[in-house]
Design a protein. Sequence first.
Length: 64
Amino acid sequence: MRRPGATLEQLAYAWILAHPSWPLPVIGTNKIERIESAARAASITLAREDWYALWIAAQGHGIP
């Protein structure tokens, strides 16, 4: 999965935002550049297949 120009941090935020229970990430920073970066993650749309691919990669095994 490639998202030109997206950072790993933005992809992590996009993954959280695409979770079916719709949690809200807490970014925990006062640095404007990190806040702006996190806000840009809202414009990244992950396909369901990409979301699950990231989940499987993080878990190291498939979903039962």
